[in-house]
Design a protein around this ligand. Structure first.
Ligand code: MG
Length: 228
């Protein structure tokens, strides 16, 4: 095996976050009696993405991202809600979303017999742990690193320092990160001085400033890289 330590992102790499988010938004809007139009949905997704980008830059904690988002958002739609209480409702729905991406369970189960697997994810601990457990993925990882617990997030080098400090005998040249996000996973890997595999199923255009070591369009293409 070319790499001994495989660091996996979770959302839209192993688990389908779009699906989880869709279900949770449907349920939340339904409960609040607000129609989930495509406009409202696009508005929410843009606002939410911007907040997580600010988290990547270190301007918002994960707690601030989620607990501050719904009040201002629903205010735009003319409805007053409490941000924290609405987040709690939404999170109960979101925690249930654990649809897997492609054949991620089979791949992770198999790879766990060949290398040491770790999770590296930006998000909230309870949510990520529940979703990984419900999806059957949890037992195959040696350890799970979540930004909320680390106190730092991808792509910050401090997040990876935290990870490396907890992985015994880590050799950077034998370590690779696999994820769908150029700004958090690939930039993070570059900041940390490890190789990167960009999972890019939608064949998005590459950002010339953030060039991954490898690019794959299907998860199982990982095998070609590991064998090379
Ligand atoms: Mg992701």
């Amino acid at each position: 095996m070319r790499y001994k330590n495989l660091l996996f992102d979770v959302d839209n790499t192993l688990l389908d976050f779009h699906d989880a988010q869709q279900q949770a938004l449907n349920a939340l809007f339904n409960e609040l009696g607000v129609p989930l139009t495509s406009e409202n949905e696009a508005l929410y997704k843009t606002m939410n993405q911007n907040r997580w980008r600010e988290h990547e830059k270190g301007n918002l904690t994960s707690d601030e991202v989620v607990n501050g988002r719904f009040g201002p958002f629903f205010e735009q739609l003319g409805k007053k809600v409490d941000s924290v209480k609405t987040e709690q409702k939404y999170r109960q729905f979101l925690n249930q979303g654990h649809k897997r991406i492609e054949n991620s369970l089979e791949i992770i189960r198999d790879l766990s017999t060949k290398a040491d697997l770790y999770v590296v994810t930006n998000g909230l601990a309870n949510t990520q742990l529940q979703r990984l457990t419900d999806a059957g993925l949890f037992p195959y990882f040696k350890d799970i690193f979540i930004s909320e617990q680390a106190g730092f997030q991808k792509p910050m080098v401090e997040f990876f320092d935290y990870v490396f400090a907890k992985v015994p005998h880590l050799q950077k040249e034998k370590t690779v990160i696999i994820g769908d996000s150029l700004t958090s996973d690939i930039q993070g890997g570059k900041n940390a001085g490890i190789d990167t595999i960009w999972f890019n199923p939608a064949a998005s255009t590459i950002d010339v400033r953030i060039k991954p070591t490898f690019q794959i369009s299907r998860l199982e293409d990982i095998y070609d890289i590991l064998a090379s």
